[in-house]
Design a protein around this ligand. Structure first.
Ligand code: AHR
Length: 664
């Protein structure tokens, strides 16, 4: 397993000052807690799949986010009445722009944008796309553009990346002639030395009066691993740095949709973009399906992660029209959806001589993907799903097990009809609740199914009452101020993670959710989220850094521990490496004061006097990271001395720490 390390050379004076309490080795105090580590007792292995990621199309995670497409509403289906995100360039003289369904290209590209140019008194006429809260224009960048076009006159077109007001043209390319029949055109745009602009626009323009039609207008910047139709580089880098063991996709509610027709129907997300009509997602906007099933799989592959595939289980989310949601009844009605899941599994894992394995090979990935876990549905405690899941689960379970006996089936709620291999538990909770949840699995019946904590996050808001008493309450759904969590919430996460790690014999996998968010007001539907971004830049939240600290140093075996004393707000877990040369102590101090703890290690041959301490803290628990101040709350690593089989360590107020000890 790969490890993360944080470099000392980035420490600023303020951070060093905050870490200093951690360096002081104090004399024993009567009320100081003692953590005993017993290396003589065999611990159980940390699940190799323990840390992963959960993803779905929410908060413009893909469209306008990870999926690097820069044009919004590229096939003109985002709104049935107007070409939203498009505007007319060179107005006046009777020029018009309108949606047009009279010129379909195929069954997916049915709506085109018709530009009627009556005159070009302003020098040109055309259409402009504003992108997702602006198109990023960056220096010395090569963009790949493509579009379908036809015209009633054979005329040249220009394609340019410009400032939003059109006064600055960053790069321009010319198409010699657009033909009378639909054709697909590709152009390259290259910028020189320009000032980065987060809100540029893409313009298709002409100097020749006539009628023009456009469809599937696309613009890509360089992508991760230069994959065509690929992913945004800075976001991929941040995720790769976490070394996730798995990627749970495609949801979340996005798997289900608000109507049966709008579930993640993976077959319409394959192959040529011109064959993908997109669909309405449950999070207020339409999905291009540019991030299709193969793109999900390749994203996981690029991170060295294995897919955890959620298959649609025949439930549409509650809506105004169907308050309990819509359940497809188990039996004959559900059969097509079971078959859809079996085909999907074959697409992922089948050799190229199977029907769907052949389709995957034709789509560009001959090698099957490794898959161990399939989740049947999502959160079937919602609406009427709870009443129907038992039977639906059984039908999927039996079919999947018959075809793929080696696959582990995950249930989204406890079921009686079958014994699931794994149960998916979700927790969105305040840090106060996380303190209780950290002990939830300590007494879990080990004969019950294993647990996948498939969604979890500390979700809270600080309240100070008239007496000045601070509490952390559940964040109201309408609260949309902060797209990403602050330090206090990150510490709530760390508290929960110590409990999960201590129980990682039963918790086989876990993943924070949601993963990605645009940060502009109105762009996100849920908070908090792990990673925030606009068109140009991205940042990691304090919760991301807690993930990095825990993912980066998971250890191979859980060490048996016990605690004497009951320090408030103090949580910990301990693991060691397979070669028994290293111990990792994860410690959270959720108090506003320092906490000194004694550690007694029994059974180690020799504990080296020198180790390292990685600490995440800040001046105030409400401190957070933003696009403007991405590094305000960031972990720092220092070398510490004076360690041994018995030592004391003081932990900074409001901090999460990983102490790495070397043993001989
Ligand atoms: O993570 C956000 C949402 O929370 C998911 O879509 C859903 O599964 C859960 O309720």
């Amino acid at each position: 397993m790969k490890r993360l390390s944080f470099r000392l050379d980035h420490l600023c004076a303020a951070t060093v000052a905050m870490l200093l309490p951690g360096l002081s080795l104090l004399a024993a105090g009567p009320s100081e807690p003692v953590v005993q580590l017993d290396l003589r007792q065999p611990g159980f292995p940390v699940s190799p799949t323990f840390y992963g990621m959960m993803t779905e199309e929410i908060n413009h995670a893909y469209d306008g986010g990870l999926y690097a497409e820069l044009v919004q509403n590229r096939i003109f289906k985002d709104d049935a009445n107007t070409p939203v995100h498009w505007s007319l360039v060179g107005t006046g003289g009777g020029n018009t722009m309108a949606l047009d369904e009279s010129q379909p290209i195929n069954a997916a590209l049915t709506t085109s944008l018709k530009l009627t140019v009556a005159g070009v008194s302003s020098g040109r006429a055309g259409i402009a796309n504003e992108g997702f809260w602006g198109i990023p224009a960056t220096p010395k960048t090569t963009y790949h553009a493509s579009f379908y076009a036809r015209a009633d006159t054979a005329a040249p077109l220009t394609l340019s990346l410009e400032s939003a007001d059109g006064t600055q043209v960053y790069t321009i390319a010319t198409l010699a002639k657009v033909t009378r029949q639909w054709a697909r055109y590709e152009l390259t745009l290259k910028t020189q030395k320009i000032q980065p602009d987060h809100a540029a626009r893409l313009v298709l323009a002409t100097k020749t009066p006539g009628t023009y039609w456009f469809n599937l207008v696309s613009l890509f910047p360089p992508t991760w691993h230069h994959r065509p139709n690929g992913n945004r580089v800075d976001l991929m880098q941040k995720m790769v740095n976490l070394h996730p063991a798995f990627l749970r996709f495609p949801g979340g509610n996005y798997l289900e949709g608000k109507t049966v027709a709008d579930h993640f129907a993976w077959k319409r997300t394959l192959g040529d973009l011109a064959e993908r009509p997109g669909h309405t997602g449950p999070w207020t906007y339409r999905s291009s399906d540019g991030m299709g099933l193969l793109e999900f799989l390749e994203w996981a592959e690029d991170m060295g992660a294995e897919p955890v595939l959620a298959v649609y289980a025949g439930f549409a989310l509650p809506s105004e029209a169907h308050r309990g949601g819509i359940s497809i009844p188990a039996g004959k009605d559900l059969e097509p959806y079971v078959q859809e899941a079996l085909d999907e599994i074959e697409y992922v894992t089948g050799p190229a001589n199977t029907t769907w394995g052949a389709r995957r090979a034709a789509d560009g990935h001959p090698a099957p993907f490794s898959l161990h876990y399939v989740e049947i549905g999502n959160e079937d405690f919602v609406g009427d799903a709870r009443k129907t899941y038992n039977a639906r689960f059984a039908q999927f379970f039996d079919a999947i097990k018959a075809a793929h006996p080696g696959l582990q089936c995950i249930a989204t709620i406890p079921v009686k009809s079958r014994v699931p291999d794994v149960l998916d538990d979700h927790y969105y909770a305040t840090s106060t609740e996380m303190m209780k949840l950290a002990h939830k699995y300590d007494h879990y019946d080990r004969h019950q199914p294993k647990i996948f904590v498939g969604e979890w996050a500390t979700r809270e808001i600080k309240r100070v009452d008239t007496n000045g008493v601070t509490t952390y309450n559940w964040m109201p759904w309408a609260y949309r101020d902060a797209p990403t969590p602050n330090l206090h919430a990150a510490l709530g996460d760390a508290v929960f993670m110590t409990g999960m790690e201590r129980n990682s014999d039963i918790i086989v996998m876990n993943c924070y959710a949601p993963l990605l968010t645009r940060v502009e007001p109105g762009a996100f539907q849920w908070n908090p989220n792990l990673i925030g971004y606009d068109s140009l830049n991205s940042y990691a939240s304090p919760s991301y850094y807690v993930q990095a600290m825990f993912h980066g140093q998971p250890g191979d075996t859980v060490v048996k521990t016990s605690l004497t004393g009951e320090p408030a707000g103090f949580f910990y877990s301990a693991t060691r490496s397979a070669d028994q040369r290293r111990i990792w102590l994860k410690v959270v101090n959720l108090q506003a004061s320092e906490q000194t703890v004694q550690f007694d290690i029994a059974g180690a041959r020799k504990v080296a006097a020198q180790g390292t301490l990685t600490v995440l803290t800040s001046e105030r628990p409400e401190d957070t990271n933003t696009l403007e101040a991405p590094d305000k709350v960031k972990p720092a690593t220092i070398k510490i001395h004076g360690l041994g089989a018995r030592f004391k360590q003081t932990f900074a107020p409001n901090s999460a720490s990983v102490l790495q000890l070397e043993t001989r």
